[in-house]
Design a binder for this molecule. Structure first.
Ligand SMILES: *[C@@H]1O[C@H](CO)[C@@H](O)[C@H](O)[C@H]1NC(C)=O
Ligand SMILES: *[C@@H]1O[C@H](CO)[C@@H](O)[C@H](O)[C@H]1NC(C)=O
Ligand SMILES: *[C@@H]1O[C@H](CO)[C@@H](O)[C@H](O)[C@H]1NC(C)=O
Ligand SMILES: *[C@@H]1O[C@H](CO)[C@@H](O)[C@H](O)[C@H]1NC(C)=O
Ligand SMILES: *[C@@H]1O[C@H](CO)[C@@H](O)[C@H](O)[C@H]1NC(C)=O
Ligand SMILES: *[C@@H]1O[C@H](CO)[C@@H](O)[C@H](O)[C@H]1NC(C)=O
Length: 343
C-alpha cells in the first residue's frame, strides 16, 4: 500500500515536471547517505525528467565533474566547514580553482556558488552561526571575477529564521541581532546582481512558529484559514513567507531584489504531519502554483524554486528530529521510471 502511494506521487511529479519545462524548477541533492546514488544516474534521471537545474548541497569534485557536457545548471554550495578555511585570498583561490573553474573548463555548467548554509540561523543551524560570512562572500566574488568567471553568481542561503516572527508580512523585518551583517550581505548581493536565496520549510513555519492549522501549509486553498494583511489576503503559508521576506527586503532598501527559493519541501517521516500523503498533496499544490507563474501578491510573475530533495540522507544529523533525514523523493522517482520501462 505504502509503495503504491509513493508511485502515484511520483507519476504525478514526473508529469508535472514535464509541463514545467519553461518554468524554473530545480532540485537539491545532498550526499550524507551510506548508499550513495551514482552521480551519472542522477544526471540521467534529471535529464529524463526535464529538471535542468541541480542545487548541490556540497562541493565534492567527483560529483561536480559528472555533470560535464550535460548542460544541467549547477549551484555548488561551499559547506560551512569551508567558509572559515576560505577566508584568505590564497585559500579562496584554491577552492574556486578546484571546485568551480576546473570543472567549468571541463564542460560543467556551474551558474552559482552558495557560500555557507544558513550562516545567520538561530534555529536548525544555530551552531554554524557565522555572521562573519560577508568577507568570505566578497572574497569568493573577487576570486571568481579574477578568474574571468563573472557569470557565476555568488550568494548565501538563508532560512526564515533570519526574520523576526510576525503575524503579518507587512510587519516582517530582519532580526535585530543580525541586521548589520545582513545589510552588508544585501549590499553585496545588490552590487553583484545575486539573488536572495531562501530555504523554506512551510509545515515548520505553520505549526511550530505560528501555531496555525496545518491546512495553511498547503497550496490547494482548502483550509478556509487566511491572514488578511491590509488589502491582501493570504490563503497559504508559502506566499505569506515569500512576501514576508519581500517586505523585509523592501524595508532594508531593496524592494526589487530577486528572491530565489533555494529549498522547499515536505518531509515524509519524523515530523508532525510528515508522511507521503501530505508530501504528495503539498507538491501537487506547489507545482501547480509554480506552473501558473502567478507569483505572490508582492512578487507577481514566475518563481525560481528548487525542490528539496532528491534523496533521503541517512547520515544527516538528527538533532532536531529524524525528519532531517527524510526529504528524499528520488527513490520514488526511480521506481516510477522502472515501472514505466517495464510497461
Ligand atoms: C543549455 O541550457 C541553457 C539554459 O540553461 C540554454 O539556454 C542553452 O541553449 C543550452 N545549451 C545547449 C547546448 O543545450
Ligand atoms: C574573515 O576575515 C576577516 C578579516 O580578516 C575577519 O574579520 C572575519 O571574521 C573572518 N571571517 C571568517 C568567517 O573567518
Ligand atoms: C542597488 O544597485 C543599483 C545598481 O545596480 C543601485 O542603483 C542602487 O542604488 C543599489 N541599491 C542600494 C540600496 O544600494
Ligand atoms: C496552538 O493553538 C491551539 C489552538 O488552535 C491551542 O490550543 C494551543 O494551546 C496552541 N499552542 C501553543 C503552543 O500556543
Ligand atoms: C481561495 O478560496 C477563497 C474562497 O474560499 C477564494 O475567495 C480565494 O480567491 C481563493 N484563493 C486562491 C488563491 O485561489
Ligand atoms: C493596497 O494597499 C496599498 C497600500 O497599503 C496601496 O498602495 C495599493 O494601491 C492597494 N492596492 C489595492 C488593489 O487597493
Amino acid at each position: 500500500m505504502k509503495m503504491r502511494v509513493k508511485m502515484s506521487l511520483m507519476c504525478f511529479m514526473v508529469l508535472v515536471m514535464a509541463t514545467l519545462v519553461n518554468s524554473f524548477v530545480g532540485i537539491t541533492w545532498g550526499r550524507l547517505q551510506t548508499q550513495q546514488l551514482v552521480p551519472s544516474m542522477v544526471a540521467d534521471m534529471l535529464l529524463q525528467n526535464k529538471i535542468p537545474q541541480l542545487r548541490l548541497m556540497t562541493s565534492g569534485y567527483d560529483i561536480i565533474e559528472i555533470f560535464s557536457g550535460t548542460n544541467i545548471s549547477l549551484s555548488v554550495t561551499m559547506g560551512n566547514q569551508f567558509v572559515w578555511q576560505a577566508n584568505r585570498t590564497d585559500l579562496a583561490y584554491v577552492w574556486v580553482n578546484d571546485r568551480i573553474k576546473d570543472p567549468i573548463n571541463k564542460g560543467v555548467n556551474i551558474v552559482e556558488v552558495t557560500v555557507g548554509s544558513e550562516p545567520f540561523s538561530n534555529t536548525f543551524l544555530k551552531e554554524a552561526n557565522n555572521n562573519q560570512v560577508v568577507p568570505v562572500l566578497k572574497l569568493i566574488r573577487e576570486t571568481l571575477d579574477d578568474m574571468k568567471l563573472g557569470h557565476v553568481r555568488a550568494t548565501t542561503g538563508h532560512g526564515m529564521d533570519v526574520l523576526k516572527v510576525s503575524k503579518f508580512p507587512s510587519e516582517a523585518d530582519f532580526r535585530d541581532d543580525i541586521k548589520k551583517p545582513m545589510l552588508e550581505s544585501l549590499e553585496e548581493f545588490n552590487r553583484t546582481g545575486a539573488p536572495f536565496v531562501l530555504y523554506m520549510f512551510p509545515i515548520h513555519f505553520v505549526k511550530e512558529i505560528m501555531n496555525y492549522t496545518m491546512e495553511f501549509a498547503f497550496m490547494d486553498n482548502k483550509s478556509g484559514f487566511k491572514i488578511v494583511d491590509g488589502n491582501i489576503t493570504y490563503t497559504n503559508a508559502v506566499e505569506l513567507m515569500i512576501d514576508s521576506l519581500a517586505w523585509a527586503l523592501k524595508k532594508a532598501g531593496y524592494p526589487d531584489m530577486k528572491i530565489m527559493i533555494g529549498q522547499i519541501g515536505w518531509p515524509t517521516d519524523g515530523y508532525p504531519h510528515a508522511n507521503i500523503k501530505n508530501a504528495e498533496r503539498f507538491h501537487k499544490g506547489l507545482l501547480k502554483y509554480v506552473a501558473s507563474k502567478k507569483g505572490t501578491p508582492l512578487r507577481p510573475g514566475p518563481l525560481d524554486i528548487y525542490l528539496h530533495s532528491l534523496s533521503d540522507e541517512n547520515e544527516f544529523r538528527t538533532i532536531f528530529g529524524t525528519f532531517q533525514r527524510h526529504w528524499g523523493i528520488y527513490r520514488i522517482v526511480t521506481s516510477i521510471l522502472h515501472k514505466l520501462r517495464a510497461l
